[in-house]
Design a protein around this ligand. Structure first.
Ligand code: KG4
Ligand code: ZN
Length: 368
């Protein structure tokens, strides 16, 4: 790790936080200041390590985080042109996620904090996604949040830092997971979500009739496993009809586009119920904010659908830039800044004995 180089004069009341993310297949770090400037960032995506397995292998991920984390942090600090002594705190994801990788990032952050006498802040990865809209815009609480990532699909009312009410979640697969599995079935490789989006660009969204699970039902829960199975059955029937057992590029694109359209319909149907509930619970908000977060929120087609939905519903759509939707260090650093602000200057930070957690719901009433 690079030595301290006290090169930056930081305003007394401003914060400068190093954020470290390692809960899935991205080793990421960033230094963010409380005025929302990203001073430097680093990212190593492990796609090449997992490609031949067709998905993320937890043990390989943990080892790759260990190999890359020091370099990513050093590059981040160099890009930010600061030393560890300039930091207010070191924040890291402590859950939920693939536990081997989480331990690598959290332990590294604790070691830097201990060695340099800085506060350590343990971040809930989902909370970091949930607060990203406030880093990229002047968004105020409360807001309605659609959080769609590789591990989670949830709709939440966000009332403040640490104050979340879950309206609904996926009863089976997360939407990102469904994108990844569909990509694998279509032979598109990883990362699956962007590959399906790309393939769908030349396809017809009404090319194949696919189900819209949960559509029309009360509540805000999702289900994507039936949609994924329908894609598999369609593929099997296309392969059975073809002379060489292969499917054409046109069918592949049509299927990707039809899947994406069905996923979009499901999101909007569930969101419709969520908006009704959010408006009922927050009658004073004339134009409620709808915030999207998580890797799937980087999908341009879905962003377009959500934009139109927000317009029709009279909502303000807050969609962070693509690089802040997928896992990144800046969202972890920003969540650390939000915690620092909430707790006040005397707060010593989280304890270095803070445990890592594979599961950690945002809504505390669901934390059993
Ligand atoms: O938030 P994220 O980076 O990591 C988790 O916390 O899970 O989300 C990763 C997920 C993956 O399933 C990936 O395929 C999906 O987000 N994703 C996308 C797109 N970019 C990433 N899904 C659809 N379209 C995209 N452009
Ligand atoms: Zn994530």
């Amino acid at each position: 790790m690079q030595p301290d180089s006290p090169s930056l004069i930081v305003h007394a009341k401003s914060f400068l936080v190093l954020g470290i993310e390692s809960s899935c297949d991205e080793t990421a770090a960033a230094v963010v200041s409380s005025d929302k400037t990203i001073l430097g960032q680093g990212l190593h995506s492990q796609f090449n390590d997992h490609r031949s397995f067709g998905g993320v292998v937890p043990e390989i991920a943990a080892r790759a985080h260990l190999d890359q984390i020091e370099r990513v942090i050093s590059e981040t600090m160099s890009a930010a042109r600061i030393g560890f002594s300039d930091l207010t705190a070191v924040a890291a994801t402590v859950g939920p996620g693939l536990i081997g990788g989480v331990i690598v990032g959290a332990t590294t952050a604790k070691a830097i904090a201990l060695a340099h006498g800085k506060k350590f802040i343990g971040i809930n990865h989902l909370e970091a996604h949930a607060l990203t809209g406030r880093l990229s815009s002047g968004l105020e609480f409360p807001y309605l949040l659609l959080l769609v990532s590789g591990g989670h699909s949830q709709i939440l009312a966000v009332h403040g830092v640490g104050d979340y009410r879950q309206y609904g979640s996926s009863l089976d697969d997360a939407l990102g997971e469904a994108f990844d599995k569909v990509a694998k079935m279509l032979g598109l490789g990883i990362p699956g979500g962007p590959a399906v989006e790309q393939c769908a660009k030349s396809g017809r969204s009404d090319g194949f009739a696919l189900p819209r699970p949960m559509q029309g039902r009360a509540g805000c829960d999702f289900s994507f496993s039936g949609l994924k199975t329908a894609v598999r059955l369609t593929l099997e029937s296309l392969a059975a009809k073809s002379s060489n057992g292969m499917i054409s590029q046109g069918d592949r694109s049509d299927l990707a586009a039809s899947f994406q359209a069905a996923a979009g319909d499901c999101l909007l149907d569930r969101l419709h119920n969520a908006v009704v509930r959010f408006r009922r619970e927050h009658p004073s908000l004339s134009v409620p904010p709808l915030v999207i977060a998580g890797g799937v929120a980087a999908n341009q087609y879905l962003r377009g659908r959500l934009e139109s939905f927000a317009e029709v519903q009279g909502l303000t759509l807050v969609a962070p830039p693509l690089a802040l939707c997928t896992d990144n260090g800046a969202m972890i650093a920003w969540a650390g800044i939000e915690r620092l602000r909430l707790q006040g200057g005397d707060w010593p930070g989280d304890g270095l004995d803070m445990a890592t957690r594979p599961r950690w719901p945002l809504d505390q009433s669901l934390d059993s």
